[in-house]
Ligand binder design. Structure first.
Ligand code: UD1
Length: 432
């Protein structure tokens, strides 16, 4: 397995570009299944999850072309099977986003039930309940979810989510676009990725209003057409690089980002002492920190509040802040796997239930650590950049799922980070 070797202590300086949002590109690729016509998506990040999602579309019978890097031209005309197999779903949970489109367009879908994952059980019961409200029958057969629309077409309905779910909202929005009649989603997720998906669907001919708010109205249409769409910038990658500048006491110009999508993160980091200036609507200048960092508490919540996907990176930063910060995780159980690895690097963190108390500032020292999920990997990279000496991060395949070219991007702004392929990684371990 590949590893990252980081020699910490170098302040990051320079310009860094943000890629397209993984969590927007995933549902947008799934949405191409709703039409027999060609959909062209630009700014799709070159990361493992998107390669997997595209493979799923191709396995279903869609044709996928890459006219240029990060542009996908998908035509889902001749769909031959309606099934997302376990091999794919187990590597990437977002393949459940194929359910809504397949069910809506073909009246049937079979998707393997995602199992537990590193950050909790993550069920899809709310997706399935909503499909039933749209008239589908849903059953579980040999580990697969099998959904059918009895008369071949879903019927618009009132869907009220008892808990805010991002991919659940996306699945229902896609399914309702081709249902007969009107669907209203209450307690919908408000993430920017939902708005981006609605933009694409509306370009394809859907009639969706209210995306980005907690009530979304969808007038079903008979068929959807082709469209061309550019994916929004990745707000979590943006937040990660803001923390990278701060934790190394460097200065980074972050380009091609959408600061309006991460207001809560920017506000919290400013409170903690990070200087963040908006040079223009797509560029941030981050400097840190003339007066040092101060510990500030944070609680993860659905958008527009502080995202769970920035919790691990924030925890790494708080190890460098003076005082005690309390970090409360309300979205996922078991999302503190990075804490024990940060402790290996010298952090002082106490976990109790869904709360972590970080005492800083601690001098981190490089050590071998292990990534457990995508954002946990990012937090270990950040801690490694701040630590003295060498940090060797194992299982970086997690980071490949969602961060485009992170080694190159960070290397270009002065980080001493390299990727060790399996044989080199073993040699580096021998030296220790
Ligand atoms: C999406 C993001 C992920 C992010 C998360 C929360 C994508 C591809 N992934 O994941 O990066 O961390 O939102 O912002 O966009 N739940 C249920 N039943 C369901 C669905 C969800 O109980 O049917 C629970 C989950 O276990 C969790 C909470 O609801 O506790 C929120 O999960 P959800 O918003 O659905 O996360 P994802 O869409 O999987």
């Amino acid at each position: 397995m590949d590893k990252f070797l980081i020699k910490g202590g170098a302040p990051l300086r320079g310009k860094i570009e943000i890629s397209g949002a993984k969590n927007s590109a995933l549902p947008c690729l799934a949405a191409t299944l709703l039409s027999a016509e060609t959909v062209i998506l630009h700014n799709v990040p070159y990361v493992k999850d998107l390669i997997t999602q595209r493979r799923l579309l191709e396995d279903l019978g869609a044709t996928a072309l890459t006219p240029e890097l990060r542009t996908h031209k998908i035509t889902a005309k001749n769909i031959e099977t309606f099934e997302a197999p376990y091999e794919l779903v187990k590597t990437m949970r977002a393949s459940v986003l194929a359910l809504g489109p397949l069910l809506a367009r073909f009246g049937q879908a079979k998707v393997s039930l995602p199992g537990g994952c590193a950050i909790g059980t993550r069920p899809i019961d709310l997706h399935l309940k909503a499909f039933e409200q749209l008239g589908a029958t849903v059953s579980l057969e040999a580990g697969d979810v099998v959904a059918r629309a009895p008369k071949g077409r879903l019927v618009g309905a009132n869907v009220s989510f008892e808990k805010v779910t991002v991919t659940g909202t996306e699945n229902v929005m896609m399914a309702a676009s081709l249902a007969s009649g009107k669907t209203t989603i209450h307690n919908a997720a408000c993430e920017p990725e939902i708005e981006d998906l609605a933009d694409l669907l509306n370009k394809m001919g859907a009639r969706i209003k209210g995306a980005g708010t907690s009530v979304i109205e969808i007038e079903g249409v008979e068929a959807l057409g082709g469209a061309e769409h550019t994916i929004i910038p990745d707000r979590i990658e943006t937040g990660t690089f803001i923390v990278a500048a701060a934790i190394t006491e460097g200065e980074l110009e972050i380009k091609n980002c959408a600061p309006a999508h991460l207001t809560a993160v920017i506000e919290k980091l400013r409170e903690a002492g990070v200087e963040i200036e908006e040079l223009n609507p797509t560029t941030l200048l981050v400097k840190c920190c003339p007066n040092g960092l101060t510990a500030k508490d944070v609680t993860t919540e659905p958008h527009p509040l502080f995202p769970t996907d920035m919790q691990a990176q924030y925890m790494a930063l708080m190890t460098q802040a003076a005082g005690v910060s309390t970090i409360t995780e309300t979205i996922f159980e078991n999302r503190f796997m990075h804490a024990s690895e940060l402790i290996r690097l010298g952090a002082k963190i106490d976990i109790s239930g869904n709360t972590a108390r970080v005492s800083g500032k601690t001098q981190l020292m490089g050590a071998p650590v292990q990534a457990s999920d995508l954002r946990a990997s990012a937090s270990l990279v950040l801690a490694g950049l701040a630590a003295s000496g060498e940090t060797l991060i194992d299982r970086v395949y997690h980071i490949d799922r969602g961060y485009e070219n992170i080694v190159k991007k960070l290397g270009n702004v002065g980080a001493k980070i390299e990727r060790l392929t399996e044989s080199l990684a073993l040699a580096a371990e021998d030296v220790k």
